[in-house]
Design a protein around this ligand. Sequence first.
Ligand code: FMN
Length: 190
Amino acid sequence: MKKELPLKSGLVENVRFFMGNGQTVLVSCSNKKGTTKNVLTVTWVTPTSFQPLLFLISIGKGEKGEGTYRFSYRLIEESREFVINVPTIDLKEKVLQAGCIHGESMDKFKEIKLTPIKAKITAAPLIEECILNIECRVVKEFETGDHVVFVGEAVAIHYNEDVMTEDGFSNKYKQKSNMVHIVDLLEEKI
Ligand SMILES: Cc1cc2nc3c(=O)[nH]c(=O)nc-3n(C[C@H](O)[C@H](O)[C@H](O)COP(=O)(O)O)c2cc1C
């Protein structure tokens, strides 16, 4: 038997957990000059084209004080760049922290103890502790309600040596359970 979920019900919030792939990443960003850098946690991320290689991230654009306020949105909007960093499950606590605090009045990298390293092309840094880092340049942007979708073209990709072999992915990382999934964070956050 089906039940209808009224669109105004508080439970609608939960529907989003049934959607999307749930893999959760750290997105690093900076202002244009690279003098202010930041990192936030993002579950709304997906590949969206092979050629060119494109990824999209959906970032809250609310004003300060609103639930969808993201300092990172301001930085990406200015620099037109971001880096997608793929964390492994051992970084779970840091991923949660990056998704719960705002970076405008602190150095979130120091606060969370993540190591920013210079990227090849973007002013936004790579995160050393993550196994895969994709430098992206924004090629398209559009509003979706209270979020903005940034479509980024990969301009450089870096990976830890043990992530890939000449034959493809190493067995260690074929297991998605090695990465951070929204479900791993649910208990603490929701
Ligand atoms: C598990 C998890 C997933 C999140 N996914 C997203 C997301 O996809 N898009 C987004 O804009 N914010 C997302 N957030 C919220 C931001 O990471 C959070 O608001 C962060 O504190 C913003 O930091 P900033 O203000 O320094 O940019 C998520 C938070 C958590 C804990």
